[in-house]
Design a protein around this ligand. Structure first.
Ligand code: HEM
Length: 411
């Protein structure tokens, strides 16, 4: 045993990925391809310390297992000096940043009511909203696809799921865009504005919850308040935070995935033609391949609970180690010709890593798939000559990768 431990490489042996030394013209995918062939792990600087990135598919289960690691909780907010107030309270109460019993308690009522069947029932609504936005823009020249389509559709759908009137959409969308910033690294210059929006958003969700308690109407929120009342072990703040969390977790992610997958499809005209010819049979494959080639959540960070061995390296308890979704989704051990966008590929995995892995795996996957599939099927059917005007979009680096600009003309 002692000799095994002695044979392990240490944390200090993990190569450091120095972004500054990388070729600025090279894509992060090319960089990961070269690194992954040489090493299973790299360290990246997070300013005050390092995070280990795991690059290969075979380490995913080990890294996300709750026996080996835990989700980060409020640490990143504390590092930014945010230890009270609406942002702190939200992060401290939401399922995404919880572990063990607290995570289970918060996730269960959502999982029970935000179910696959309910999300599938949203398919005709998603198709109708996509068709509505397309018809407003069809043949009318270039427009801002990010804001006028990709941000609109998820917001309108979640508003329908929650029974929010259309007239509230503009203010609802402003809250979403402000408060989504509380999940990642907070721009402290904007803290006051984000917190004001979060306070208003919380009050609005409180009113929705009170309304369903007073007069249940057989929709998702009525079922959710009934499920939380039956379990009886969530605080009022927790009950609210899961609803705000659902809205936020589903907005940037779906919006940016929509942009990047459409862009990939249009950059591959033969595959776009295949989708136009068979939208119903190819919409699912198109979405899966878009999510594989351009995943918007870049990694799954966790904290090591104990000293653990990963691919011959000893990771000390307390270290932050993340599965690099960007790298793993192009691992040649899993995907043939991984760098190529191919909607016809037959090696997609049953549990798509773009939606995470383990106990925190995305709770909105079914809804996201419905939204994305119906969007591309509608564009292929109603606007088959759609084109991108100007440069193809690129993703900004970050925990959630975002698109700034994508100009599209529907035709
Ligand atoms: C393409 C769109 C989406 C992508 C790529 C995505 C990706 C992810 C990933 C990777 C995680 C796990 C994060 C971690 O383990 O650290 C996650 C969690 C989550 N997602 Fe999504 N998501 C998407 C859409 C949605 C939608 C539409 C909703 C809801 C309306 C949603 C709700 C959630 C929630 C509530 C969690 C937290 C689950 C938990 O902590 O147990 N997501 N998502």
């Amino acid at each position: 045993m002692a000799s095994d431990v002695a044979a392990l490489k240490t944390y200090n042996d993990i190569p450091i990925l120095d972004w500054a030394l990388q070729d600025p013209e090279a894509s992060s995918y090319a960089m990961f391809r070269d690194l992954r062939a040489k090493t299973p792990l790299v360290k990246v600087s997070m300013g005050m310390g390092f995070m280990v990135l795991a690059l290969r598919a075979r380490t995913v289960d080990q890294i996300v297992s709750p026996e080996n690691t835990r989700q980060l909780e409020t640490e990143l907010k504390l590092l930014q000096g945010i230890f009270e107030g609406p942002i702190y309270d939200f992060i401290a109460q939401v399922m995404l940043f919880a572990n063990g019993d607290a995570h289970q308690r918060r996730r269960q009522p959502v999982a029970r009511t935000f179910a696959f069947k309910l999300m599938e029932a949203m398919r005709p609504t998603a198709a109708a909203i996509a068709a509505e936005i397309i018809s407003e823009r069809l043949g009318k020249g270039p427009f801002d696809f990010v804001r006028e389509f990709a941000a609109q559709l998820p917001a309108r759908i979640i508003a329908d799921v929650l029974g929010i009137p259309r007239s509230d959409l503009p203010v609802f969308m402003k809250w979403i865009s402000d408060t989504a910033e509380s999940i990642g690294f907070v721009n402290l210059d904007r803290r006051a504005e984000i917190e004001q929006s979060l306070t208003d958003f919380n009050a609005y969700v409180d009113r929705l919850l009170a309304d369903r308690r007073a007069s249940p109407r057989g929709d998702f929120l009525s079922d959710y308040v009934a499920a939380t009342a039956a379990s009886g072990d969530m605080t009022e703040g927790e009950i609210r935070a899961q609803i705000v969390g659902l809205i936020l977790a589903g907005s940037d992610t779906t919006r940016n995935s929509m942009c990047m997958t459409l862009s990939q499809l249009l950059q591959h005209p033969a595959q776009w033609a295949d989708l136009i010819a068979n939208p119903d049979s190819l919409k699912k494959k198109s979405v899966e391949e878009g999510l594989r080639v351009e995943p918007v959540v870049s990694g799954i960070p966790r904290v090591a609970l104990n000293d653990m061995e990963v691919e011959g390296f000893l990771i000390p308890a307390g270290a932050i180690i993340a599965v690099s979704i960007l790298s793993v989704l192009r691992d040649p051990d899993v995907y043939t010709d991984p760098e190529t966008f191919n909607i016809h590929r037959t090696d997609q995995q049953r549990w798509h890593l773009a939606f995470g892995a383990g106990t925190h795996r995305c709770a909105g996957e079914a809804l996201a798939r419905v939204e994305l599939e119906e969007t591309f099927a509608a564009i292929a059917r109603l606007a088959p000559n759609t084109r991108i005007v100007g440069p193809n979009p690129t993703l900004n680096p970050g925990a959630i990768r975002t698109v700034d600009k994508m100009i599209v003309a529907f035709a």
